[in-house]
Design a binder for this molecule. Sequence first.
Ligand SMILES: [Zn+2]
Length: 248
Amino acid sequence: MKVVFLGNGEAFDERYPNHAHLVFSEKTVLMLDCGDSAVRQLWKYTKDHSLIDALYITHRHSDHLFGVPALLGRMLEEGRKKDLTIICTEQLKADIERLTEHAYFGINSYGFNINFLIAEDKGQINFNDFKLTFAKTGHTAYCLAIRIDDGKSIVSYSGDGPFDDDTERIYKDADILMHECYMYDVRINGHVAAVDVFEMAKRQNVKCLALAHFKRAFNDETRAKVKEAIPATGLKVILPQPLEEYNT
Ligand SMILES: [Zn+2]
């Protein structure tokens, strides 16, 4: 699979777009999360309004969700006809319906079908060539991490939040794990410190760990500390920049 890192920032960082990704298999393109700056990153990457087959939203925080009206609005304006699948919890489905109605009142058709698939903690969804599995993280909002298996490789993504044994199963043997990280070694409620992600990635035999979502006030400092620590971890760790690509 191929991953395009759309954004690597936390919620309010003016320098780094919201944490979001594109995942490509031979048959499917899936967007992971959709904050408002992530949508602009998508259109920097492609002008093809039909590129993505599906969108997965990890949790109901604005930096992962509030780009959805702008995403659908541009697809409408540019004449998308292909169905779009949105994968999320029941709560997020209701959120998205309210959000889109509020954002562009009166639009009841985008000119293409939007099909929802409902994700649940410890659940599984088969979509095209993807087997998707989910597990809850310890974030301040209900967040489901995702494991994407196309039969050839495994891509996992945390959304936001710390892991427990169930979440770690989503990351096991991942060819790449995109994990949020807030500080280097300071543990903030609902987020993860780099030192703890390193230990987990070693336990779970993660082949490549992509860290993003650093707290904005300490972004440069945290990056420097992470870079310095990488050789001693024995892990392959990357700090992707927006629109960089990775092949599993
Ligand atoms: Zn969040």
